[in-house]
Ligand binder design. Structure first.
Ligand SMILES: *Cc1c(COP(=O)(O)O)cnc(C)c1O
Length: 386
């Protein structure tokens, strides 16, 4: 160990203490609710005259479903929301007593009572679900709202062509007690505007719409919003764009940054040439190296795959991640950065490190970066209803 530089044991320099003690937590996740609302408005402008719903599944892509949905409903005047799970819809209902809440998981028979009790609108994915939901409506003497999901090439959820043909032939009977408020499908390749799949699915969707009773239609998630108005129909369903991700990563991102993840230097280490850093000694210093150990690890949502690949920003300069990312800690090379001290802030994600940068370094997608953000870092919500 090279000890020519003085060891730093001074107390970290922190911002003035937070009243609830949050300043003790070195890792911080700032979520800009005003930026989410701004991104929603941008989607509305791009899709107009189509309306926009907000996809808030998976805890609003890690950003906090309650906070995000409240801001979008009040500041953004958003009236409809999509979740994946029934439990998500049940949690959202008390937050938004009036909003339309679609549940993508649909209406399996055992979910019907909860769907009715929480006034959730199922996205019906099969004839079996149509039958269960229609029977529930008929038995209860109710007219229930439903969305119908037709599969135009994703081959994941939604009615395949054979089921659509049966529904088309007998829709008066099969939908007798239902009010179809939306017919939707989902694009497989909307992140790539050059993909031939986009137009193939557009044509299949138009064909499907002609087979069903007239109803508002929805095809596009975030990527589709950028494919042009032809793809917007009556309602678009963005998720990623609202949270600042780039729906078409080969083009510049039209949406504004929402999440900023920072942590602080817990300790500095002066490592001799030839010494290793971290578990499995996966990094070996090729020169005398200054290592900053940051209070942030994979338990905070930074993938282990970033070992010796990603980088962070310290004092406005790029510091490569060296060695493994461990559960609570990671190590970065700050040899070339002057003035780094215990307590200095590092940005892992935000203004200088985009979701796409981080995703690329980790070999994943910006979606997974967002949904991996953990609850351990101190959360701070800014703007719009925070
Ligand atoms: C998740 C999801 C969306 C939102 O997709 P983004 O790419 O995040 O905009 C829209 N529709 C369906 C069916 C989904 O599953």
């Amino acid at each position: 160990m090279n000890t020519t530089k003085p060891s730093r044991s001074a107390l970290p320099e922190r911002e003035s203490a937070d009243p609830n003690g949050a300043a003790l937590e070195p890792a911080r996740l700032v979520i800009r609710l005003d930026a989410i609302v701004e991104n929603f408005r941008k989607v509305c402008a791009l899709a107009s005259p189509a309306a926009a719903a907000a996809v808030v599944k998976a805890d609003a892509y890690g950003c906090g479903m309650k906070e995000v949905a409240t801001s979008l409903a009040s500041a953004g005047k958003c009236e409809s929301f999509f979740v994946a799970r029934h439990s998500e819809g049940m949690a959202l209902r008390p937050v938004l007593p009036q909003a339309r809440i679609y549940v993508l998981d649909g209406a399996p028979a055992d979910a019907v009572p909860a769907l009715i009790a929480y006034r959730l609108t199922p996205v019906l994915n099969s004839l079996a679900e149509v039958a269960a939901w229609n029977a529930a409506a008929a038995e209860g003497g109710l007219e229930l709202d439903a969305a119908i999901h037709v599969d135009t090439g994703m081959n994941r959820l939604g009615m395949p062509p054979a089921e659509l043909a049966l529904l088309s032939a007998e829709w008066r009977k099969r939908l007798s007690s239902l009010r179809v408020v939306l017919v939707m499908s989902h694009l497989a390749c909307a992140d790539d505007p050059k993909s031939a799949m986009n137009r193939i699915q557009l044509e299949r969707f138009r064909t499907a719409l002609a087979l069903l009773p007239p109803a508002p239609a929805s095809l596009s998630s975030s990527g589709g919003v950028l494919l042009g108005r032809e793809f917007a129909f009556d309602l678009v369903r963005p998720g990623l764009a609202l949270y600042g991700g780039n729906p078409q990563p080969d083009n510049p991102n039209p949406f504004g940054m929402v999440v900023r993840l920072t942590s602080r230097v817990l300790q500095l280490r002066f490592v001799d040439k030839g010494e290793s850093v971290g578990y499995a000694a996966s990094f070996r210093a090729l020169r005398p190296t200054t290592i900053a150990t940051l209070a942030l690890g994979y338990a905070d949502g930074l993938m282990r795959a970033l070992a010796n690949r990603g980088w962070v920003f310290v004092l406005g300069q790029r510091a490569p991640i060296v060695g493994r990312v461990s559960m609570d800690l990671m190590t970065v090379d700050v040899t070339d950065i002057d003035g780094v001290k215990v307590g200095t802030e590092a940005e892992l994600l935000g203004d200088l490190v985009s979701l796409e940068d981080l995703a690329q370094a980790a070999g994943t997608a910006s979606y997974e970066i967002l949904t991996s953000l953990s609850r351990r870092a101190e959360r701070q919500y800014l703007g719009a209803g925070a």
